[in-house]
Design a protein around this ligand. Structure first.
Ligand SMILES: C[S@@+](CC[C@H](N)C(=O)[O-])C[C@H]1O[C@@H](n2cnc3c(N)ncnc32)[C@H](O)[C@@H]1O
Length: 362
């Protein structure tokens, strides 16, 4: 019985559900088994690799009963490369699984409306930037769960113009002895850019749909980058004050503001916490606060935002877990989570974007 939980032991299990790391979870013989590249309902043969966070981490050896949702992955490196976790699942099922993750994560938040997830217009070849590693003569990605480089000359989630650039890079090589990180982009910029250009329009439209529809109101936009959301939300308000910590992004936003002749938006270069802290000290108020923080979320800034007394807070997030932490803080400080729209910005991967809308509790 002891050996049944040891590394190297092989077993046949049924996958109960996919967790938010896209691992197939099975409750079997009183233990939790986590197996990648599986689908709920499948019967699979696995080998135990070891224990990880109270579960048995497993390797998939064979699929005994396959799910009707299983498809052939497009990429020959799928399963080896650390980039994608869900290419073996039909795209319809991927979005259904992501919808379930968001529903479960926010089930305890109260009477929140969870809208249907917006699927990506392009399930493959959607990324307008990818981060590669370059060592000696190899361009590529790290292998799953390792720092071992695998050579890539085409990435199935990168856009075709990027793949063309990747091919040229492979031919045009210098040969660094230490691994270099290299961002390949469609544009020439260095600042943050939403990775999925087609889906970005749905993101902007969703944020705009949550802006209170009254042109006399004021808005504060935190983590504005180079103004991706700013120039659309500005159409909804009397004035917008937009803050970002990246000087190059703010410079680009200011150039774009001038070129567009926008008058009612002001871009400020500052760490968000400092800017909001000062606004709270000055007793400033805004009708709406829009924020789009990096993966780690709002952190300490979440406690400050309610002190600006907004009638609505709109949070864009690429990390549902940090959004859930921020939501707890906003709820403790007088707000309720009214509505969430999930947006599949990152098909074939376990990542999902969300737009959440908070209103003052009655
Ligand atoms: C997810 S991006 C969003 C950018 C923009 N909303 C967009 O759609 O392109 C997050 C932005 O937060 C900025 N940022 C990260 N940490 C910050 C901080 N502590 N203070 C100010 N800006 C920060 C980054 O420079 C980046 O532009």
């Amino acid at each position: 019985m002891e050996n049944m939980n040891k590394a190297g032991f092989q077993d046949i299990i049924t996958i109960d559900y996919l967790n938010d790391h896209a691992l197939g979870v099975s409750y079997h013989n009183g233990k939790i088994f986590n197996t990648p590249f599986t689908i709920p309902g499948e019967v699979v043969k696995i080998e135990i690799l070891g224990k990880k966070k109270g579960a048995l981490a497993c390797k998939l050896l064979d699929i005994i009963e396959s799910s009707p949702k299983r498809v052939s992955p497009l990429c020959p490196c799928f399963g080896v490369c650390g980039g994608c976790e869900m290419q073996h699942i039909s795209y319809d099922e991927q979005v259904a699984i992501k919808q379930r993750w968001i529903k479960q994560l926010f089930a305890s938040a109260g009477q929140t409306i969870i809208r249907d997830i917006i699927p990506s217009p392009e399930p493959y070849h959607y990324r307008n930037r990818i981060t590669l590693h370059h060592l000696k003569k190899t361009w590529g990605f790290y292998k799953r769960l390792s720092h071992e480089l695998i050579a890539i000359d085409e990435c199935k989630i990168a856009s075709q113009p990027l793949n063309l650039k990747l091919k040229l890079k492979t031919v045009n090589k210098t040969a660094p002895q230490e691994a270099e990180v290299f961002e390949l982009r469609e544009d020439a910029g260095h600042s943050f850019q939403q990775v999925n250009s087609a889906q970005n329009q749905n993101l902007i439209d969703t944020v705009c749909s949550y802006c209170l529809n009254k042109k006399s109101l004021t808005a504060l936009e935190l983590y504005c980058g180079s103004g991706n959301l700013s120039f659309e939300i500005t159409k909804k308000f009397k004035t917008v004050m937009a803050v970002d910590g990246d000087p190059e992004a703010v410079r680009q936003a200011q150039v774009a503001k001038k070129n567009r002749g926008e008058k009612n938006i002001q871009f400020i270069h500052s760490p968000v916490y400092d800017a909001v802290f000062n606004m709270v000290q000055e007793l400033r108020q805004f009708d709406v606060v829009v924020c789009d923080p990096p993966r780690e979320g709002l952190r300490e800034t979440a406690r400050l935002i309610p002190r600006l007394k907004p009638r609505r807070i709109i949070c864009v997030s690429c990390n549902p877990s940090s959004l859930a932490s921020d939501a707890r803080v906003l709820i403790q400080n007088g707000y309720q989570l009214s509505e969430i729209t999930p947006i599949d910005m990152f098909p074939q991967t376990r990542h999902v974007e969300t737009v959440a809308c908070f209103d003052p509790k009655n």
